[in-house]
Design a binder for this molecule. Structure first.
Ligand code: FPP
Ligand code: MG
Length: 341
């Protein structure tokens, strides 16, 4: 644990410290993920296990675990079950998303659709999605199914909006933020709501604390996606686990491009618009877009916007009594902004 030398001497845990704080619970979540993906149809656990073992950060389970503990929930196994639920929903969306994006590679290895085909990916995603709702039918306290269903509705809307705005250089910053809230922020927010609702079973959570968790989840979720979108241009292929500029190749117009386009001169605007419309992008063209993003300082702009969301996220957390779980939430916000993959 380390302290920062500011006035409030906020303690923040780094990502490894958070993982070690939750070591036993995360190990139980891993066993639960394996156990509940079991099926007499052998290919289901094979494909879900392939994705699950592919190096995910378990951000969503970590959020359920921390927020549940922050809200006084520490027994009964609901935190493990709901960590499984949110990770299954996340996995289902990735299986579906790689089909929609026609992605061949995820986290540095062939995507499930590249290995087994679109049909298997969609259907195993459906299985995990159904399994998550069946777990909730058996185990969820009031409000949880509602929060998670709302989030999955947003997820679908986000992915559909992305299709609607495919190669759309007129996508505004406001529309982009709305889209990434749906695509990424909503489920991350729901993870925090679930932790609060689990704590609420014991009557430990005030309305103000619940609202603070929602603000936290929504804003770190948006910041997470902004960072994801800038890393697509700044990270190298090995760290990223997918080609640099993959979003452009897939027709996704993201904040670095929106910002560069808004600042570009007429000739550059035409070049950017042509590039996002083209489905066959040369490395040279992607390089030229990266140059324009550099010329207009678009990465700093994105980083600043992500930082603003992080500030908003942690700004209301002081309604919780200080403890290591609060330190973990603050540390996680820092991790999201500073991550390199
Ligand atoms: C990844 O985005 C995609 C998402 C976070 C959302 C996907 C949502 C769906 C497929 C619809 C809903 C599905 C269910 C089962 C409810 P990205 O393409 O920017 O990230 P990537 O680079 O990791 O692929
Ligand atoms: Mg994708």
């Amino acid at each position: 644990m380390h302290s920062e030398g500011n006035l409030s001497a906020v303690k923040k845990l780094d990502f490894e410290e958070i993982q070690s704080l939750l070591k036993d619970e995360l190990a139980t979540v891993e066993r639960s993920l394996k156990e509940h993906a079991g099926s007499s149809v052998a290919v289901i656990p094979i494909i879900s296990g392939y994705l699950s073992n592919g190096g995910g950060k378990r951000l969503r389970p970590i959020l359920v675990l921390i927020t549940a503990r922050l809200c006084g929930y520490n027994e009964g196994g609901g935190d493990i079950t709901h960590s499984t639920v949110v990770e299954y929903i996340h996995a289902a969306t990735l299986l579906h998303d790689d089909v929609v994006d026609e992605a061949d590679i995820r986290r540095g290895i062939p995507s499930a659709n590249a290995k087994w085909g679109n049909e298997y990916s969609v259907l195993v995603g459906d299985f995990l999605f159904a399994k998550s709702f069946s777990l909730m039918a058996d185990h969820s306290p009031p409000g949880v199914v509602q929060a998670i269903s709302e989030a999955t509705k947003f997820l679908a809307e986000g992915e559909i909006l992305e299709l609607v705005h495919s190669a759309d250089i007129d996508l505004t910053e406001k529309e982009y933020l709305n889209l990434i809230f749906r695509k990424t922020g909503a489920l991350i927010k729901a993870c925090c709501q679930v932790g609060g609702l689990l704590g609420g079973i014991r009557g430990e959570v005030t309305g103000r604390q619940m609202a603070a968790l929602e603000t936290y989840g929504e804003n770190i979720g948006i910041a997470f996606q902004i960072i994801d979108d800038l890393l697509d241009f700044t990270a190298d292929e090995k760290t990223l686990g997918k080609p640099v500029g993959q979003d452009l190749i897939e027709g996704h117009v993201t904040l670095p491009v929106i910002h560069a386009f808004a600042n570009a001169d007429e000739k550059e605007k035409i070049f950017i618009a042509e590039t996002v419309k083209s489905r066959e992008l040369s490395a040279r063209r992607i390089g030229s877009i990266i140059e324009l993003i550099g010329k207009y300082d678009s990465i700093s702009y994105c980083k600043k916007m992500a930082e603003n969301h992080i500030d908003k996220a942690v700004g209301e957390l002081d309604c919780f009594p200080p403890n290591e779980y609060l330190d973990a939430l603050k540390g996680l916000a820092d991790y999201i902004i500073n991550r390199e993959m």
